[in-house]
Write a protein that binds this ligand. Structure first.
Ligand code: NMX
Ligand code: MLT
Length: 444
């Protein structure tokens, strides 16, 4: 079977034709109405973005090119090729395969994923200049700030930006250099992230790249977790399920917006990462761990439901958030949370923190439901991830959002390649002042 770029190149003219036909046929049709509350309330529920890679249903959650998380767990290639004695579905999928799926809409073969693994491995080397840049950053910075700065520093290697600057690009080959930059950037992330981790939290000494490892295991290895297969499996799961959540969430939307001005992938991802670093979004995974550790410090792990309820009450009534719960779209427990919950059950069932978390996910939604303003009391993707990472050795919780960022790069960048292929225009909605909204209905 053909390699990813060949498959993509074949698909582009066909998809462009479908896109143009749809626009011609339905371009003038009215899709819906907008209320003032929506305009003033974060545009919640307004469907006005085009995004092909994934969809999010309030009840069923995310579908990656039409596949649910349990389906991906079953169908995406794993590290070991299935054989008669191998229980393939027991292994976690490789995020490399999700990259193929999100770009092409096709499930990759084992061989096609092997090609990506190899390519990312080869393209994952970074310059000493970049390492030195990271190592000179102020250790007081948050790891997400370091990540954004590192990617912005690396923007000088963008092929797209360089060729555009030399007037060597035209609209028909924008996608190709966006793709090349995207692969370079994704391939370099394990080294960049590991350098940040070791500089900020360890002795700063780099751990040499090891040939032949998959993207997730390479990251763990370079962070200093050599040969810890359960952690590798957790990272494969984590880096797969966090990759995409349709086009309206903050990080993807931010990268999409910057990309619409023809920003190259490095500019787009710097923006996505700064968006992800907000506590209502990706930073919530570190906040969950902090919130739990504060509780444990006072009560320990063996607690009553009443103690958990009181902790929730104190948090909410003092105007703070219960991190890891609630969602702008989802109205049921997040399927990504459920996947990690099952992971915890499988590998860490008797662990005291995981047991406490399971108790909390039972008690907290019942308590949050009593606060009438909260639209969704259910656990989201960030609810469990930190505790699993913590128990498998990554205890520096400020680093958790960096892991989210590595994964989300897959969604943002596959979107960007298709934006360039479709030739989507600059994004430019309109805003209005309060007088406009007041006047709109005054005589009606
Ligand atoms: N704890 C306390 N209050 C909450 C929570 C929560 N977990 N979730 C929502 N609310 C409040 C919210 O602050 C708002 O308050 P107010 O009436 O004072 O404005 C009210 O409930 C209504 O908000 P919703 O319509 O339920 O939620 P919204 O769509 O505005 O925001 C989140 C969604 C995810 C930002 C919100 O649920 C939240 O802040 N959760 C905690 C932080 C978190 O876990 N974020 C991670 C989301 C997933 N991710 O990785 O991005
Ligand atoms: C995400 O994965 O981006 C979060 O669940 C936030 C969202 O979808 O709004």
């Amino acid at each position: 079977k053909a390699d990813l770029k060949t498959v993509l190149r074949e698909q582009i003219p066909i998809k462009i034709q479908g896109f143009n036909e749809m626009k011609k046929k339905y371009g003038d049709r009215v899709m819906g109405e907008i209320t003032v509350n929506q305009a003033l309330g974060g545009m919640r529920g307004i469907r006005a973005l085009f995004y092909d890679q994934s969809t999010v249903d309030p009840i069923d959650g995310v579908m990656f090119r039409g596949y649910s998380i349990p389906e991906l767990h079953e169908l995406l290639p794993k590290l070991r090729k299935p054989s008669a004695e191998d229980f393939q579905s027991d292994q976690q999928p490789l995020p490399e395969g999700l990259f193929f799926l999100l770009l092409t809409g096709e499930l990759p073969s084992y061989h096609q994923v092997e090609l990506i693994r190899h390519e990312w491995d080869v393209r994952g080397k970074v310059s000493d200049e970049l390492i030195n840049f990271i190592n000179r950053l102020d250790n007081k910075m948050h790891p997400m700030t370091m990540l954004s700065l590192a990617i912005l520093y690396e923007q000088k290697t963008s092929k797209f930006a360089q060729l555009y600057n030399e007037s060597k690009l035209n609209k028909s080959n924008y996608w190709e250099y966006t793709y090349e930059d995207s692969v370079d950037l994704i391939a370099k992330l394990p080294r960049i992230a590991a350098t940040i981790y070791r500089k900020k939290f360890k002795d700063g000494k780099p751990i040499a790249h090891k040939d032949g490892l998959d993207w997730s295991a390479q990251l763990a290895h370079m962070m200093g977790f050599e040969g810890q297969e359960t952690l590798n499996e957790l990272l494969r799961a984590f880096l797969t399920i966090h990759a995409d959540h349709e086009g309206g969430e903050v990080s993807t939307h931010a990268s999409h917006l910057v990309g619409s001005a023809l920003g190259d992938p490095y500019l787009c991802m710097t923006t996505a990462y700064t968006g992800l670093a907000g506590p209502l979004h990706g930073l919530a995974n570190q906040e969950v761990l902090k919130w739990i550790l504060n509780f444990v410090e006072v009560h320990g792990y063996d607690v009553t439901n009443r103690q958990i309820e009181d902790y929730v009450n104190t948090t909410v009534l003092s105007g703070r958030l219960v991190p890891g719960y609630g969602h702008a779209v989802l109205r049921r427990p997040d399927p990504r949370f459920l996947h990690l919950y099952d992971f915890g059950n499988k590998y860490l069932r008797d662990n005291e923190m995981i047991r406490l978390l399971h108790q909390m996910t039972d008690v907290i939604p019942r308590r949050l439901r009593t606060f009438k303003n909260i639209s969704s009391p259910y656990p989201n993707v960030d609810c469990h991830s930190g505790a699993l990472l913590y128990q498998l050795g990554i205890q520096e919780y400020q680093f958790y959002t960096v892991l989210f960022a590595i994964s989300r790069s897959i969604g943002c960048l596959t979107n960007l390649v298709w934006c360039r292929a479709f030739g989507l225009p600059i994004e430019r909605p309109e805003s209005a002042d309060l007088a406009y909204y007041n006047n709109l209905f005054q005589n009606k």
